[in-house]
Design a protein around this ligand. Sequence first.
Ligand code: NAD
Length: 521
Amino acid sequence: MTTAKTPPKSQPQKPADSPIVEVRNPANGSIAGVVPNVPADEVARLAGELRAVQPAWEALGPKGRAVYLRRWLDWIVDNQDHILGLVHREAGKSWGDAQIELLVCMEVINYYTKHGAEFLADETRRPHGPASATKGLRIRYRPYELVGVICPWNYPLGMPMLDVPQALMAGAAVLTKPSEETPLGWAEVVRGWSEIGAPPVLGCVTGRGETGRAVVDTVDMVQFTGSTKTGRQVGIRCAERLIPVSLELGGKDAMIVLSDAPLQRTIRGAIWGGLFNSGQSCVAVERIYVEAPLYDEFTTRLVEQVNKLRQGHDAAGSFSADIGALANEAQMEIVERHVNDAVARGARILTGGKRAERGLFYAPTVLVDVDHTMACMREETFGPLLPIMKVSSEDEAIAMANDTTYGLGASVWTANKDRAERVSRRIEAGGVNINNAMIHVFQFPLPMGGWKQSGLGHRMGGADGIRKYCRAQAVVSEKVHLPTETHWYPYSSRKARITGAVLRLVEMHDWRRRLGRRPKL
Ligand code: NAD
């Protein structure tokens, strides 16, 4: 592995009550920008403005709203160098890693503007029995007035873009809160929404946890992406306010490499899945279980490939580094703790295992002789670690993969379809990739959500991905206009006798009861 020359470490942030947030490039400590730490009363004021415009936005209908979303995408693409430049600096990413953020903008906006009208159309349902035969039944999808979208720092554009287009397409107004670590790119994209002349239904409040808390306190529905710890607090607050919440939280995704896995692809998949974005993806490969017959060759060749990776903060547009910096000092401390703990408990470092002298770079690291007593196999690392464990069988691999409180994603690597089906079916996680890593996140017809401590609800999933921002309204209409209904006043014994007889006739399952007789004992 070649390590680019890395400038000084990042500086400490301003205190939590400061009216501003300084955003520093973790690769060199330089100030990437400054944003306001928006207080709660300002959040509430902006929420009121967004709510006021929402009815007109809803009235535009999905096709009218899609026009603005597509115009917004054009603006983003026209300004991509500027926006990705901000992301590149605020997150300390490699230029290559930053590119995927634009792909997410394109894909999500195009998918949900294309299908929005179809997904939001009223749904007709058949009445369930003769008593309702004269009713016309429909489900109508009406948006929440104001949706709050709270995001983490790992994909400054990609994270909000996985949810905001659907909420806007649903007809909701949206108040976003990017991470205090990386608010610059997203704030600029939200500015673009006003620049294209779109109705002011999209807002952005920058700031720390208090600002996020104020968002939760003012919106009608919360989409939260972040750590399990904060997600739990958000969930509790939403329960107190009796508003719905969707939580996309942490993960500890297992990669199962079976003895017949296609080796070259599997090694490349492990490296990309584990190290992309410096390993700071919720669905990153965090643990690798390899069946014994393939273990030695897999590990040797994987280390050879990892050693060829280039780490650094390359110039915008240069694509001369593969792996960038970690986003902040706290993340560096977690990575160092996991490696030190593993080594203290008997693990061996085959490559990497140290931070750079300057900048928040941690060398891509391969660990072996690991086990489940070690933090690196149990806690979310969110860093460039590939801990590899040898397993003796499919059963052991599955047991190890499921031995976690998390359940976000997983992958199974094998050339045999039956084995893939057998193993993937037993994985306790919201998504399983077969012979690929992380890619389920980008299959929008499928749901992306965590099981166990990895979340509550899901995003995407075709129509569900937009309907989650709506309240389902049951609409019942009369197909035949009768002067009265049998169950309306006045009650009478004659009416009750006739209704009872008819009900028994159509609702009971044997002729004795249908005819009002008792069954033989
Ligand atoms: P975090 O939980 O610390 O912060 C997330 C956001 O919540 C930030 O914007 C923060 O300011 C805000 N916040 C903090 N306290 C709050 C409160 N009390 N109320 C409301 N908002 C509050 O997470 P992070 O460190 O920024 O991100 C890393 C985590 O995100 C990792 O655990 C990762 O796995 C997870 N993540 C999950 C997914 C997913 O789709 N499941 C995707 C990306 C990241």
